[in-house]
Design a protein around this ligand. Sequence first.
Ligand SMILES: Cc1ncc(COP(=O)(O)O)c(C=O)c1O
Length: 279
Amino acid sequence: MGEVGLDDVRSAHERVQRYVHRTPVVTSQYLDELSGRQLFFKAENLQKTGSFKARGACNCVLSILEQDPGVTGIVTHSSGNHGQATAYAARLAGLPCAVVVPRDTASVKIDAIRSYGAEVLLCDPTPVARREACARVVEQMNYAVAESSNSYSTIAGQGTIALEMLQQVPDMDAILVAVSGGGMIAGIATVVTELRPECKVLAVEPDGKQLEPCLRAGRPLWPDPPRMLRTLADGCRLQQCSPRAFAVIRRLVAPPVISVTDRQIAGATQLFWQRTKLI
Ligand SMILES: Cc1ncc(COP(=O)(O)O)c(C=O)c1O
């Protein structure tokens, strides 16, 4: 695959639709009145494994299996949602799976990964230790890596969110997407740019990520090795977007980037929960 395109997302949709939910779009008259806009929330918290990551992981693992039917297993590193999603996808594909997890990860997440049949390998809580532990599994077991955002097949899988959402809400003016490694916004922007170019794709980040200066510079300005942000949004702690996702984002997502503080996240989460009964 070169960079990812609409056809890749359509193929991903064909590949994964049997294994993931078409999630509902939730609305709230109260929140519309409060914001002075019509808001539509794609409830990916109701997705298989509890997050949209199931889309990307299923497409990634099933694509690996199509390309190499002799693959011996799947490995990834993740502190949470992608780990669970990859364990789920590997089990569907009938492949053994190892997930490298930082030692300080909540036990509920570790238990969830194990419940899908994957082996959990604990490592030090740094991005470098995670990558190294993953590389050791590749070397020793010859497993294939299912990247959480630095893979075009994962990005294409995440793009299926937008294919569905444009059917559910065809006249959207803007779509706001939370960004960590950047796979979700890269996939969504790939679809929206082709199918509804008048719809803005806006990145939302935890305060301190500083995606906007990178977009303005047209290149990543983050430190390497990457930092983990202190944020309530625990799925979005990685400061750096992955190189492949960033290449797509730089092309398709324009500033401004919306930065949110923990206080704003807590307030919005509480409000949303009270009004929609969804967390
Ligand atoms: C719930 C949730 N939202 C948003 C994101 C950000 O997605 P991405 O890493 O594709 O930018 C993640 C990433 O793990 C997540 O788990």
